[in-house]
Design a protein around this ligand. Sequence first.
Ligand SMILES: [Ca+2]
Ligand SMILES: [Ca+2]
Length: 188
Amino acid sequence: MKLMITIVISMTMILSSSCELIPITFDEVCEEGMRYKFYPNSTLEWEQARDFCESEDGFLATVNYRGLHKRLRKYINANPGLGEPYGNGYWIGLSDRMIEDVFMWTDLTELTYHEGWSEERIGRKTVVQPNNNVKQNCNGQDCIQMWHNPAIDGKLTLWAFDDDTCDVNKGFICQYTSGCEGVTAAPL
Ligand SMILES: [Ca+2]
Ligand SMILES: [Ca+2]
């Protein structure tokens, strides 16, 4: 039954709009020739997730432009199976592990999309990420997730960027350059 619902949802998304990501299975989507695969039930640390993606000839997802970020988060919100990843988020391939506050993707290119960071109001305070929080680990936070922020639960989750401790276990998104040949989404 669940499988049927998943298939129906996927088919609906294929037919609904050419502006949507193109799903392959419910947890894989194509965008601009790239394939993105979600691993919501993973319990890997950032480095383990990175190595896993590389062992599959991929890499931890590079989400370096607004249109891609928006489409990925819309896709997650539209698929119940993706909405509650282990550890409240998906690791992506961004970190400041080498130099504090210099955020780089796993291919060592720098972050150029800066609007993706989480910004939340808690009471009168606005908490802006990255905050390199040292509460849980004195070394701070150097690995980036697309965050299912529990503080804004109930609203449509933005899956905005947040730095977290690298040895936390959570879901992740791999990106692959193969598997989407011939699949074209509408331009942004
Ligand atoms: Ca940091
Ligand atoms: Ca943080």
